[in-house]
Design a protein around this ligand. Structure first.
Ligand code: ZN
Length: 325
């Protein structure tokens, strides 16, 4: 069963439908638990799930921070194009440099690419190679691929460079070591300052046609089924660039302004956050649940792609704890 939140009602729905796994966006356990006595809803959900052999998995921040996650779905629903991450993460990319004998470049390169190295935006298999000479001398324990033990050897090699996201480093290095013919593979992993454009907080995109502020807010209200939208003063100009962040996004207001967004759609904005609009942007708080309700569809797509034979059910429970009078 796929759900935005795990509530008692959701666990009961899972039990009634024979589900063995609940996949939720928001984690059930936000703070550490010292006891499970059933004194609150979180503890009761756990007890019921355990008694009924139901596993609970939560995605949360990882799904918030990827292209194709929560915010991509919001952009799709509004109909934005040219979408990109609003605040990409830094320090997640490394340069991998290795030195490959000239006639062995092809198998090593394809092993690295297959492991996920060399992806930049819409391009994959990105690399650079420069020819030169490598030297080495193996000791009495060595078994060199070329040259002889105890003798200095010079080999025509290619200095091969490519890019690797941090989370793939272990996989890529194993692939390198497996595919490279040398007994000892020389390689450098160099941290980069570059933004990792496909991962980070929020997204920003463009409307196909600029829209009136009030018409746009009205259509956002309909798309997300909001009973109301709290927003800052309208600026009487057309909206063409929109930033979004599902859930609590006030930390991105200045970034949305800096990136030239005309409107920032998010949730959980506090009174003082609204002042930060500073007549430069329209801020719209559409509600936390409302902004993330389509996340169920994102999770469904991911699971169906990986496990096409799984029986999936989207929870029918409207778990929004906020009501409007
Ligand atoms: Zn959330």
């Amino acid at each position: 069963m796929i759900t935005l939140d795990v509530t008692e009602e959701v666990v009961e729905e899972a039990i009634a439908n024979g589900c063995e796994l609940i996949i939720s966006h928001h984690p059930l356990i936000f703070k550490g638990l010292k006891r499970i006595t059933g004194s609150n809803e979180v503890e009761r959900c756990l007890i019921k799930a355990i008694q009924n052999n139901i596993a609970i998995y939560a995605a949360h921040t990882n799904l918030d921070s990827i292209t194709g996650g929560v915010n991509s779905m919001i952009c799709n629903k509004i109909g934005l194009s040219n979408c990109r991450i609003l605040a990409p993460v830094k320090n997640q990319l490394l340069k991998l440099v290795t030195f490959i004998p000239e006639d062995q470049v092809e198998p090593v390169r394809s092993a690295l690419f297959s492991a996920g190295a060399g992806v930049i935006g819409n391009y994959d298999q990105c690399s650079f190679g420069a020819s030169g000479y490598g030297t080495f001398r193996g000791n009495e324990e060595s078994n060199p691929f070329v040259g002889r033990q105890g003798e200095l050897h010079t080999e025509k090699e290619v200095r091969f460079e490519t890019i690797v996201p941090r989370h793939l480093v272990p996989v890529v290095i194993s692939a390198l070591v497996a595919a490279h013919p040398y007994e000892e593979v020389a390689y450098d992993l160099i941290p980069l300052e570059n933004d990792y454009a496909v991962v980070g907080a929020g997204m920003i995109g463009e409307l196909k046609e600029p829209a009136d502020e009030i018409h746009l807010l009205e259509s956002v209200r309909q798309i997300f089924g909001c009973q109301m939208i709290r927003h800052t003063a309208l600026l009487n100009r057309k909206i063409s660039r929109i930033a979004v962040c599902g859930g609590s996004g006030s930390f991105l207001i200045s970034k949305a302004i800096a990136e030239g967004a005309d409107l920032f759609i998010s949730a959980d904005l506090k009174y003082h956050d609204f002042f930060d609009a500073d007549k430069k942007i329209v801020l719209a708080d559409i509600g936390h649940y409302e902004s993330e309700q389509f996340t169920k569809e994102v999770l469904k797509e991911i699971v169906l792609k990986k496990f096409p034979t799984f029986a999936l059910r989207l929870s029918d429970v409207k778990s929004n704890p906020v009501f409007y009078l």
